[in-house]
Design a protein around this ligand. Structure first.
Ligand SMILES: *[C@@H]1O[C@H](CO)[C@@H](O)[C@H](O)[C@H]1NC(C)=O
Ligand SMILES: *[C@@H]1O[C@H](CO)[C@@H](O)[C@H](O)[C@H]1NC(C)=O
Ligand SMILES: *[C@@H]1O[C@H](CO)[C@@H](O)[C@H](O)[C@H]1NC(C)=O
Ligand SMILES: *[C@@H]1O[C@H](CO)[C@@H](O)[C@H](O)[C@H]1NC(C)=O
Ligand SMILES: *[C@@H]1O[C@H](CO)[C@@H](O)[C@H](O)[C@H]1NC(C)=O
Ligand SMILES: *[C@@H]1O[C@H](CO)[C@@H](O)[C@H](O)[C@H]1NC(C)=O
Ligand SMILES: *[C@@H]1O[C@H](CO)[C@@H](O)[C@H](O)[C@H]1NC(C)=O
Ligand SMILES: *[C@@H]1O[C@H](CO)[C@@H](O)[C@H](O)[C@H]1NC(C)=O
Ligand SMILES: *[C@@H]1O[C@H](CO)[C@@H](O)[C@H](O)[C@H]1NC(C)=O
Ligand SMILES: *[C@@H]1O[C@H](CO)[C@@H](O)[C@H](O)[C@H]1NC(C)=O
Length: 395
């Protein structure tokens, strides 16, 4: 009997995907959609890292989790999600300290992917189960909702070939992080889901590529302070596009520099290329390039405002102040396609700190009637080959 048991044990060990992989089912995980797998995930990560090889597997199944946080000592981890990781928290049960469903704090070289599976509708999914928060936040925008992934003070996070969907708030947040790469990520949330940003970035050195983001707010939002960002070969649908800001709310300070948004497609968007700062802020936005963008049926294709004040974030009209975030060296180059609203673009800058060196080159935007004009205020720069023609730039 004892002999027979050890043969079974040997067989079971050999049937694992690889000897070095830590599957959460070996640490108490149960993929029945009910059991809280946060402790199993934490145990698998700790065991795998202590053993010296860090490949943790969430296999096929519906693995519910309550919020988990990984602290400073995570280095060289690969987390492969072949099944479904499902946020089991609700607005009623979310612990008050939980800012995110899954947090990495000060980790280095963490990769999150879909493992050996080919991404499809049924493999490699992290679902934020956000609908209950959206219902509340449509009525009460200030009601707190957690983000799905928070990478705080991390270095070298790679998210690859994964479907991340239905976050209560933002989906993938890099906060004061460095060298993050998002490659081949699918992010989805309904077009009318509030504040479901795809990717939020602050820190330095980010690449977002080969991804598809179909959501209800910014596709990628570059937040203060942030530098050195490349966003390339992505498709954006329905949301608010590739946004810089907002910066300068409540007289705040922020700097954003060296952003390249190149070779992307935008379909049915509320905004495409947008820079937004508040009156009274301090800091700068400089060296931003939007190039080779293809646009279909979108509103607010080219949009700069130093008067940002959405009613969802500020119930009263905002006052004008003399201070403003300084905007300079902005290029829109080869931006073509079709737009829907009454203006191909607005460039609205401050009286005391006008925008400087704003270039529009080879911009061709077709609306569905003939009477379109650009709106400009206090914007200095140059335009070549722009349709409809732009005559409101100050040289
Ligand atoms: C996973 O489990 C949750 C909780 O039981 C359920 O709401 C959800 O529909 C399940 N998802 C799938 C794809 O089975
Ligand atoms: C990380 O730190 C936690 C808390 O101190 C500890 O329980 C865990 O074993 C550590 N993990 C590793 C891989 O060192
Ligand atoms: C990053 O972690 C992976 C394991 O997830 C490891 O194979 C790789 O060597 C690490 N890279 C660096 C630069 O430490
Ligand atoms: C951005 O990249 C430049 C050039 O590589 C580098 O000099 C600068 O320090 C980077 N900025 C930040 C904030 O890391
Ligand atoms: C662009 O991304 C798609 C995936 O959306 C990929 O199939 C294609 O190879 C990528 N192109 C380049 C040039 O990397
Ligand atoms: C911002 O500064 C202005 C003066 O420049 C001041 O009147 C206003 O109260 C300040 N607002 C906040 C939110 O601190
Ligand atoms: C401007 O940003 C680009 C990336 O878009 C970068 O390659 C270049 O070095 C930056 N220029 C300066 C002067 O920092
Ligand atoms: C954009 O596409 C062009 C032409 O395929 C390519 O040369 C360039 O490297 C791409 N840009 C980025 C940032 O990958
Ligand atoms: C702020 O300044 C802009 C530009 O001069 C002007 O159009 C707008 O009416 C002002 N807003 C307020 C609240 O004074
Ligand atoms: C205008 O901006 C472009 C792009 O950042 C930069 O290369 C150029 O040097 C700037 N020109 C001036 C006069 O600052």
């Amino acid at each position: 009997m004892r002999w027979f048991g050890s043969i079974l044990l040997v067989l079971a060990v050999q049937l694992r995907p690889s000897d070095s992989t830590c599957s959460i089912v070996d640490f108490g995980g149960i993929g029945d959609g009910q059991h809280d797998n946060g402790p199993a995930l934490t145990a698998a990560v700790n065991a795998c890292l202590q053993r010296g090889d860090g490949h943790v597997l969430v296999p096929a199944g519906n693995f519910s989790i309550q919020p988990v946080a990984f602290d400073k000592n995570i280095t060289n981890l690969r987390l492969s999600i072949e099944g479904l990781l499902f946020n089991g928290a609700t607005p009623e049960t979310l612990p008050s300290h939980a800012k995110a469903i899954i947090t990495f704090h000060e980790s280095r070289n963490v990769t999150i992917d879909a493992g050996i599976s080919v991404r499809s509708a049924s493999t490699g999914v992290v679902d934020g189960n956000g609908a209950a928060w959206w219902t509340i936040r449509r009525k009460t925008p200030s009601f707190f909702a957690p983000v799905l992934f928070l990478f705080h003070n991390t270095v070298g996070t790679l998210v690859r070939d994964l479907w991340v969907r239905n976050s209560p708030m933002f989906h993938l947040v890099h906060e004061n992080a460095a060298n993050g790469v998002m490659d081949g990520v699918l992010i989805t949330a309904p077009a009318d889901s509030p504040n479901t940003d795809g990717i939020d970035l602050s820190g330095s050195g980010f690449i977002v590529r080969n991804s598809r983001i179909d959501n209800g707010d910014d596709g990628v939002a570059i937040k203060p302070s942030c530098a050195n960002v490349t966003i390339t070969n992505n498709t954006f649908l329905h949301g608010h596009g590739a946004s810089i800001g907002s910066i300068g709310e409540n007289n705040g300070t922020g700097h954003i520099a060296n952003v390249l948004v190149e070779n992307n497609t935008f379909i049915d968007m509320q905004n495409v290329a947008r820079i937004k700062t508040w009156q009274g802020g301090h800091g700068s936005v400089t060296n931003i390039t939007y190039r080779h963008l293809r646009v279909q049926d979108s509103d607010h294709v080219i949009f700069i405002t130093q008067y940002y004040c959405p009613s969802s974030q500020h119930s009263d009209p905002c006052k004008n102040y003399t201070d403003a975030v300084v905007i300079s060296n902005i290029i829109f180059d080869d931006v073509t396609g079709t737009f829907q609203d009454s203006s191909p673009g607005q460039l609205l800058c401050s009286d005391t700190f006008p925008c400087s060196n704003v270039t529009l080159r080879d911009v061709n935007l077709q609306g569905n009637s003939k009477h379109y004009t650009w709106d400009c205020w206090q914007v200095h720069g140059q335009a070549t080959n722009v349709t409809p023609p732009i005559t409101c730039l100050d040289t």
